[in-house]
Ligand binder design. Sequence first.
Ligand SMILES: Cc1cc2nc3c(=O)[nH]c(=O)nc-3n(C[C@H](O)[C@H](O)[C@H](O)COP(=O)(O)OP(=O)(O)OC[C@H]3O[C@@H](n4cnc5c(N)ncnc54)[C@H](O)[C@@H]3O)c2cc1C
Ligand code: FES
Length: 351
Amino acid sequence: MFSLFKKSAPKEHRAEINGEAVQVFQKETILHAALRENIDFPHSCRVGGCASCKCRLVKGTVKELTDIGYILSDDELDQGYILACQSVPTSDVTVEVDLAAQKQRKKIPGRVVLQERLTHDITHLKLQLDQALIYKAGQYVDLSLDSLPGLARSYSFATPCQMDATLSFFVRKVPGGLFSTEVNDQNLLGHTVMVDGPAGEFWLRPSDAPMILVAGGSGLAPILAILKDALDGQSHRPVTLLFGARSQQDLYRLDDIRDLALKWSAAFRFIPVLSREDENSDWTGARGRVTDVIPALSLQGSEAYLCGPPGMIDAAEAKLIEGGVKRTNIYADRFTTTRDALDAGASALAV
Ligand SMILES: Cc1cc2nc3c(=O)[nH]c(=O)nc-3n(C[C@H](O)[C@H](O)[C@H](O)COP(=O)(O)OP(=O)(O)OC[C@H]3O[C@@H](n4cnc5c(N)ncnc54)[C@H](O)[C@@H]3O)c2cc1C
Ligand code: FES
């Protein structure tokens, strides 16, 4: 017996990744195929939220599972960048990826030596690693905990690189979030951790341009790391630091900021902005969204560093560009979560 209707063979495509050929099965992402073939392709979240798997599509076409425009810049999109974890080939493809950064990543074990509440929903987690991890202020690692086997999340360093092999992170509790709830609600002192990194391209570029820094919530972590590092490097750049929070109880590390401002050798302006502060409270500072303050700043010739939730970053970028800041002078780190990636239309939750 034979069927009248011959089954068509599943459509497979070939992906050439930095010259190495890989078979990509039907509906498979480029990242999945690369990892299956043991290519050490950079990745982290796997759901289109972190941009670690960014690569350049040199030839061919792909179907994107998520709107990648919310995480890649317009320049990157123009240059043909795609997210490998969100791209399913619709033809044979050729991609180029920077594997050098991946080679610099290390996995280092350590333990939790301090767990300190900074606000009602942000915890400072300090780790002692078995050996020092060299990183640039502004970068992040993928962190895993012994109490949550198989789960890793990205967190940005809250200090510049410390030679005593300690690392600090500010972790905000995301409602319904597995990792951040564990960090905020469970006693983790003495627990074993593993860090994998460093990663990311969010660090201070050498320049004399005035700096506009915008932090939302736990996005203050890499911003403080960058400023402390710049202070150690005796930066003379004028600084405007905007810190967005909901109410006064959500502001933290104000002593650190005051200390930075006192030691800074050029102008240092700090503007905390509260979005949900009680109208009748004693708060005399700025109110509204942190990005509302941007149009009133003197922006010409500035460089901007933005860190926090993706929505805040998109709004800040738009206002900075409107105000005359060049797109190429804006650096941003989006604290995306699984939810953000799902909202952007991700249909593949895990590889
Ligand atoms: C480069 C980078 C740096 C970062 N740095 C920091 C930092 O310094 N500090 C910080 O606080 N955060 C940071 N983040 C965010 C952090 O990595 C985590 O995403 C965050 O802590 C939430 O993790 P979680 O495990 O608690 O939440 P998850 O368990 O991942 O859940 C997140 C949200 O998605 C929802 N969700 C999960 N799965 C599903 C599903 N299947 N369907 C529907 N909804 C779902 C959850 O209910 C929750 O609301 C960073 C992110 C990136 C990409
Ligand atoms: S691994 Fe692709 S965006 Fe995070």
